[in-house]
Design a protein around this ligand. Structure first.
Ligand code: CAA
Length: 380
């Protein structure tokens, strides 16, 4: 057993940390305040190869492993959780299903520009009436000659509006339940495909979250991803990996909050000594650091398993559950360490705390993760 990162993984961490600290961090608070997405940061990630990090070079990627990918999401999220989820949704939710289930033409046409970062990806599963109960979706896709006609709407779409390529799930046989669900690749600009409400959110405010609407939207039959009826399985498999991307985001948020709280506790003097020397504070920091490290081990382990082509669905649900809950606890404690100052926008910990909350909710609430873990555990 070897817990050391490889030279390549260390190199990627160093590169992403420098990029995050120099380019992403300085505008994070301002973008949060203004709810502003910065496409230029995505372009810079493309130049570094991050937008195609786990894909082979033949599809425009850089052929790194999934551990390098989660390290990248972690490092981005350490300074800006919005930028972390932009990459996570782009890689895990949009590019992954095309890499796994796309045919060669689809990979060249859609995965390559996603990997090269000339286009951005998004994933459309959730609907106004079907969140946790994903199989209960109402969006339909009716075959008409060489096309499918999509009707319905999807909500809470990360990267929505900005992305050019959407992996969307719709019912081709509504009476068949989850077995009647199919996956499609839909391009921005397709007639009948439009954007609705942009959410104003508690956290990850510089990551766009948008409703997408299909009104008699005609999609060529070549854009069916996998086979008809395979959509629900594709959606679930995609989330198996996506959840570990969110674990990495939660880990990065928690690490950022821990770093800020530790630095502050060493400087802030009360009762004649730095508060870090008061046991009430130092024990808090110890608990926070332990949760961060345990989150890291679970997240890297799930990514390593995926890279080794070992089963990783249960591990990924566990990492998302633990890292998400830990991020909420660690960021709340970070605000506490900062006291009154932590409650203001002069310091980043209130943003970390707001950002952490979503990691317990999206890509399956942490209650759903417990359902997934227990189902897998009991069927072993
Ligand atoms: N891999 C492969 N197949 C899977 C699977 C997996 N991980 N999970 C389920 N399946 C298959 C089952 O084997 C079953 O297939 P068969 O009928 O052939 O046996 C089928 O799918 C149905 O399984 P279930 O009976 O378990 O399905 P269910 O309806 O009870 O739902 C659920 C299961 C786990 C609750 C699922 O609905 C779920 O994950 N819900 C949460 C949805 C979610 O995570 N949404 C996130 C939206 S995306 C997002 O948040 C993005 C963002 O903003 C960044």
């Amino acid at each position: 057993m070897d817990f050391l990162l490889s030279d390549e993984q260390e190199m990627i961490r160093k590169m992403v940390r420098e990029f995050a600290e120099n380019e992403v961090g300085p505008t994070a608070a301002e973008r949060d305040e203004e709810e502003r997405f910065d496409r230029n940061l995505f372009r810079m990630m493309a130049e570094l190869g991050l937008t195609g990090i786990p894909w082979p070079e033949e599809y425009g990627g850089i052929g790194a492993d999934y551990v390098s990918y989660v390290i990248s999401v972690e490092e981005l999220s350490r300074v800006c959780a919005s930028t972390g989820v932009t990459l996570s949704a782009h890689i895990s939710l949009a590019s992954w299903p095309i890499y796994m289930y796309g045919n060669e033409d689809q990979k060249q046409k859609y995965l390559r520009p996603l990997a090269e970062g000339t286009k951005m990806g998004a994933y459309g599963l959730t609907e106004p009436g079907s969140g946790s109960d994903a199989a209960n979706m109402k969006t339909t896709a009716v075959r008409d000659g060489d096309e499918y006609i999509l009707d319905g709407s999807k909500v809470f779409i990360t990267n929505g509006g900005e992305a050019e390529i959407y992996v969307v799930f719709a019912m081709t046989e509504p009476e068949e339940g989850h077995k009647g669900c199919s996956a499609f690749i839909v391009e921005k600009g397709t007639p009948g495909f439009s954007f609705g409400k942009k959410e104003s959110k508690l956290g990850i405010r510089s990551s766009p979250t948008v409703e997408i609407i299909f009104d008699q939207c005609r999609v060529p039959k070549e854009n069916l991803l996998g086979k008809e009826g395979e959509g629900f399985k594709i959606a679930m498999k995609t989330l198996d990996g996506g959840r570990n991307g969110i674990a990495a985001q939660a880990l990065g948020i928690a690490q950022g909050a821990l770093d800020a709280a530790t630095d502050y506790a060493k400087e802030r003097v009360q009762f004649g000594k730095p508060i870090a020397k008061q046991q009430g504070v130092s024990f808090k920091l110890a608990d926070m650091a332990t949760k961060v490290e345990a989150s890291r081990l679970l997240t890297y382990q799930a990514a390593w398993k995926e890279s080794q082509q070992l089963p990783y669905g249960k591990e990924s649900a566990m990492s998302k559950l633990f890292a998400g809950d830990s991020a909420m606890e660690v960021t709340t404690e970070a605000v506490q360490v900062f006291g009154g100052y932590g409650y203001t926008k002069d310091y980043p910990v209130e943003r970390y705390m707001r950002d952490a909350k979503i990691t317990q909710i999206y890509e399956g609430t942490n209650e759903i993760q417990r359902l997934v873990i227990s189902k897998m555990l009991l069927s072993e």
